[in-house]
Design a protein around this ligand. Structure first.
Ligand code: FE2
Length: 218
Protein backbone atom coordinates (compact mmCIF):
# COMPACT_ATOMS: atom_id res chain seq x y z
CA UNK A 1 0.00 0.00 0.00
CA UNK A 2 1.19 3.46 -0.82
CA UNK A 3 0.90 5.81 2.10
CA UNK A 4 -0.14 9.43 2.09
CA UNK A 5 3.06 11.24 3.13
CA UNK A 6 2.68 13.75 5.93
CA UNK A 7 3.13 17.36 5.01
CA UNK A 8 6.74 18.36 5.76
CA UNK A 9 5.44 21.40 7.73
CA UNK A 10 2.33 22.53 9.59
CA UNK A 11 -0.90 23.29 7.75
CA UNK A 12 -0.53 26.99 8.51
CA UNK A 13 3.21 27.20 7.74
CA UNK A 14 2.79 28.69 4.26
CA UNK A 15 0.39 31.47 5.26
CA UNK A 16 -0.40 34.02 3.99
CA UNK A 17 0.51 32.73 0.51
CA UNK A 18 -1.46 29.52 1.06
CA UNK A 19 -3.99 29.25 3.87
CA UNK A 20 -4.24 26.42 6.38
CA UNK A 21 -7.74 25.76 5.05
CA UNK A 22 -6.40 25.17 1.54
CA UNK A 23 -3.55 22.98 2.77
CA UNK A 24 -5.85 20.87 4.93
CA UNK A 25 -8.32 20.35 2.09
CA UNK A 26 -5.63 19.82 -0.52
CA UNK A 27 -3.56 17.31 1.44
CA UNK A 28 -6.13 15.52 3.58
CA UNK A 29 -8.87 15.26 0.95
CA UNK A 30 -7.53 15.64 -2.58
CA UNK A 31 -4.09 14.07 -2.19
CA UNK A 32 -5.44 11.38 0.13
CA UNK A 33 -8.07 10.41 -2.43
CA UNK A 34 -5.49 9.97 -5.21
CA UNK A 35 -3.41 7.69 -2.97
CA UNK A 36 -6.47 5.73 -1.87
CA UNK A 37 -7.69 5.23 -5.45
CA UNK A 38 -4.21 4.17 -6.60
CA UNK A 39 -4.15 1.51 -3.89
CA UNK A 40 -7.66 0.33 -4.76
CA UNK A 41 -6.78 0.00 -8.45
CA UNK A 42 -3.56 -1.87 -7.63
CA UNK A 43 -5.49 -4.27 -5.44
CA UNK A 44 -8.17 -4.79 -8.09
CA UNK A 45 -5.51 -5.63 -10.67
CA UNK A 46 -3.39 -7.71 -8.30
CA UNK A 47 -0.42 -5.38 -8.78
CA UNK A 48 2.42 -5.22 -6.29
CA UNK A 49 4.56 -2.34 -7.60
CA UNK A 50 7.94 -1.81 -6.06
CA UNK A 51 7.64 1.94 -6.34
CA UNK A 52 5.20 4.61 -7.42
CA UNK A 53 7.69 5.67 -10.08
CA UNK A 54 7.65 2.17 -11.60
CA UNK A 55 3.85 2.07 -11.49
CA UNK A 56 3.57 5.44 -13.27
CA UNK A 57 6.13 4.53 -15.92
CA UNK A 58 4.33 1.25 -16.67
CA UNK A 59 0.83 2.74 -16.87
CA UNK A 60 1.23 5.50 -19.45
CA UNK A 61 -0.73 3.70 -22.16
CA UNK A 62 -4.32 4.95 -22.78
CA UNK A 63 -5.91 1.70 -21.59
CA UNK A 64 -4.55 2.30 -18.07
CA UNK A 65 -5.44 5.97 -17.91
CA UNK A 66 -7.35 5.82 -14.61
CA UNK A 67 -4.47 4.12 -12.83
CA UNK A 68 -1.95 6.50 -14.41
CA UNK A 69 -3.96 9.61 -13.50
CA UNK A 70 -4.32 8.64 -9.85
CA UNK A 71 -0.76 7.35 -9.42
CA UNK A 72 0.68 10.43 -11.13
CA UNK A 73 -1.45 12.75 -9.03
CA UNK A 74 -0.30 10.96 -5.86
CA UNK A 75 3.31 11.55 -6.98
CA UNK A 76 2.78 15.13 -8.16
CA UNK A 77 1.26 16.27 -4.88
CA UNK A 78 4.01 14.74 -2.73
CA UNK A 79 6.60 16.39 -4.98
CA UNK A 80 4.67 19.67 -4.80
CA UNK A 81 4.73 19.66 -0.96
CA UNK A 82 8.51 19.18 -1.16
CA UNK A 83 8.89 22.14 -3.51
CA UNK A 84 7.58 24.43 -0.77
CA UNK A 85 8.92 25.47 2.60
CA UNK A 86 8.19 28.19 5.14
CA UNK A 87 11.93 28.87 5.38
CA UNK A 88 12.25 29.54 1.66
CA UNK A 89 15.98 29.27 1.33
CA UNK A 90 18.23 31.29 -0.90
CA UNK A 91 18.58 30.93 -4.65
CA UNK A 92 22.32 30.52 -5.21
CA UNK A 93 25.09 28.42 -6.70
CA UNK A 94 24.60 26.25 -9.78
CA UNK A 95 20.84 26.77 -9.82
CA UNK A 96 21.17 30.56 -9.79
CA UNK A 97 23.70 30.30 -12.65
CA UNK A 98 21.41 28.02 -14.67
CA UNK A 99 18.45 30.38 -14.14
CA UNK A 100 20.57 33.34 -15.24
CA UNK A 101 21.54 31.47 -18.38
CA UNK A 102 18.04 30.27 -19.28
CA UNK A 103 15.86 33.17 -18.17
CA UNK A 104 18.18 36.11 -17.54
CA UNK A 105 17.68 35.79 -13.77
CA UNK A 106 14.97 35.02 -11.20
CA UNK A 107 12.67 37.81 -12.39
CA UNK A 108 12.70 36.37 -15.91
CA UNK A 109 11.98 32.91 -14.53
CA UNK A 110 9.10 34.22 -12.43
CA UNK A 111 7.57 36.08 -15.35
CA UNK A 112 7.69 33.06 -17.68
CA UNK A 113 6.65 30.54 -15.01
CA UNK A 114 3.62 32.62 -13.99
CA UNK A 115 2.66 33.41 -17.59
CA UNK A 116 2.82 29.75 -18.63
CA UNK A 117 0.86 28.67 -15.57
CA UNK A 118 -1.78 31.36 -15.91
CA UNK A 119 -2.16 30.70 -19.63
CA UNK A 120 -2.54 26.94 -19.25
CA UNK A 121 -6.07 25.95 -20.22
CA UNK A 122 -7.79 23.79 -17.62
CA UNK A 123 -6.26 21.70 -14.87
CA UNK A 124 -2.65 20.64 -14.75
CA UNK A 125 0.80 21.56 -13.52
CA UNK A 126 3.55 24.02 -14.43
CA UNK A 127 7.09 22.65 -14.15
CA UNK A 128 10.63 23.96 -14.07
CA UNK A 129 12.65 21.20 -15.73
CA UNK A 130 16.32 20.45 -16.19
CA UNK A 131 16.98 18.77 -19.51
CA UNK A 132 19.88 18.16 -21.85
CA UNK A 133 19.68 21.72 -23.17
CA UNK A 134 19.38 23.47 -19.83
CA UNK A 135 16.39 24.69 -17.87
CA UNK A 136 12.93 25.10 -19.35
CA UNK A 137 9.33 25.63 -18.29
CA UNK A 138 6.56 23.34 -19.43
CA UNK A 139 2.95 22.71 -18.44
CA UNK A 140 1.14 19.36 -18.38
CA UNK A 141 -2.55 18.56 -18.42
CA UNK A 142 -4.45 16.83 -15.63
CA UNK A 143 -2.04 14.47 -13.81
CA UNK A 144 0.62 14.15 -16.47
CA UNK A 145 4.22 14.47 -15.32
CA UNK A 146 7.79 13.57 -16.27
CA UNK A 147 8.25 10.41 -14.22
CA UNK A 148 10.01 7.87 -16.41
CA UNK A 149 10.59 10.43 -19.17
CA UNK A 150 14.26 10.28 -20.13
CA UNK A 151 16.29 13.43 -19.80
CA UNK A 152 13.71 15.57 -17.99
CA UNK A 153 14.21 16.14 -14.27
CA UNK A 154 11.67 18.35 -12.48
CA UNK A 155 13.18 20.97 -10.20
CA UNK A 156 9.89 22.59 -9.17
CA UNK A 157 6.19 22.29 -9.86
CA UNK A 158 3.12 24.30 -9.01
CA UNK A 159 -0.41 22.88 -8.95
CA UNK A 160 -2.76 24.60 -11.43
CA UNK A 161 -5.92 22.75 -10.40
CA UNK A 162 -8.54 25.11 -8.96
CA UNK A 163 -8.55 23.19 -5.67
CA UNK A 164 -5.01 24.52 -5.13
CA UNK A 165 -6.00 28.19 -5.07
CA UNK A 166 -9.74 28.79 -5.27
CA UNK A 167 -10.29 29.15 -1.50
CA UNK A 168 -7.56 31.80 -1.25
CA UNK A 169 -7.54 33.50 -4.65
CA UNK A 170 -10.89 32.56 -6.27
CA UNK A 171 -10.34 32.67 -10.02
CA UNK A 172 -7.10 34.68 -9.90
CA UNK A 173 -4.59 32.01 -10.85
CA UNK A 174 -1.98 34.59 -11.80
CA UNK A 175 -2.10 36.17 -8.34
CA UNK A 176 -1.70 32.72 -6.75
CA UNK A 177 1.28 31.92 -8.96
CA UNK A 178 2.96 35.23 -8.13
CA UNK A 179 2.52 34.72 -4.38
CA UNK A 180 3.65 31.11 -4.67
CA UNK A 181 6.81 32.11 -6.50
CA UNK A 182 7.66 34.95 -4.12
CA UNK A 183 6.92 33.31 -0.78
CA UNK A 184 7.03 29.53 -0.59
CA UNK A 185 9.53 27.99 -3.02
CA UNK A 186 12.16 25.80 -1.38
CA UNK A 187 15.20 26.72 -3.47
CA UNK A 188 17.39 24.23 -1.62
CA UNK A 189 15.10 21.44 -2.79
CA UNK A 190 15.26 22.71 -6.37
CA UNK A 191 19.06 22.89 -6.12
CA UNK A 192 19.16 19.29 -4.94
CA UNK A 193 17.06 18.25 -7.90
CA UNK A 194 19.42 20.07 -10.27
CA UNK A 195 22.37 18.21 -8.74
CA UNK A 196 20.42 15.02 -9.40
CA UNK A 197 19.91 16.02 -13.02
CA UNK A 198 23.64 16.50 -13.37
CA UNK A 199 24.35 13.12 -11.82
CA UNK A 200 25.56 14.20 -8.43
CA UNK A 201 22.99 12.77 -6.02
CA UNK A 202 19.87 10.67 -5.64
CA UNK A 203 16.60 12.05 -7.08
CA UNK A 204 13.48 12.75 -5.09
CA UNK A 205 11.29 9.67 -4.89
CA UNK A 206 7.87 8.94 -3.46
CA UNK A 207 8.04 6.92 -0.21
CA UNK A 208 8.27 3.20 -0.96
CA UNK A 209 5.05 1.20 -0.55
CA UNK A 210 4.41 -1.12 2.32
CA UNK A 211 4.79 -4.35 0.32
CA UNK A 212 3.56 -6.67 3.04
CA UNK A 213 0.35 -4.73 3.48
CA UNK A 214 -0.20 -4.62 -0.28
CA UNK A 215 0.31 -8.38 -0.61
CA UNK A 216 -2.02 -9.09 2.33
CA UNK A 217 -4.83 -7.10 0.80
CA UNK A 218 -4.23 -7.95 -2.87
FE1 FE2 B 1 -3.84 19.49 -6.24
Amino acid sequence: MFKLPDLPYAYDALQPAISAETMRLHHDKHHAKYVQTTNQLCQAEGLDPGSLEALIASSRQPSRRKLFNNAAQAWNHAFFWSCMSPRGGALRGDLADAIDQAFGGPDGLKQKFAAEGEGHFGSGWVWLLAGPEGLKIQTTHDGDNFVGVDGEVPLLTCDLWEHAYYVDYRNERGKYLGAWFDAVIDWEFASHQLATARGGSAPWRYPAPDGEAMRRTA
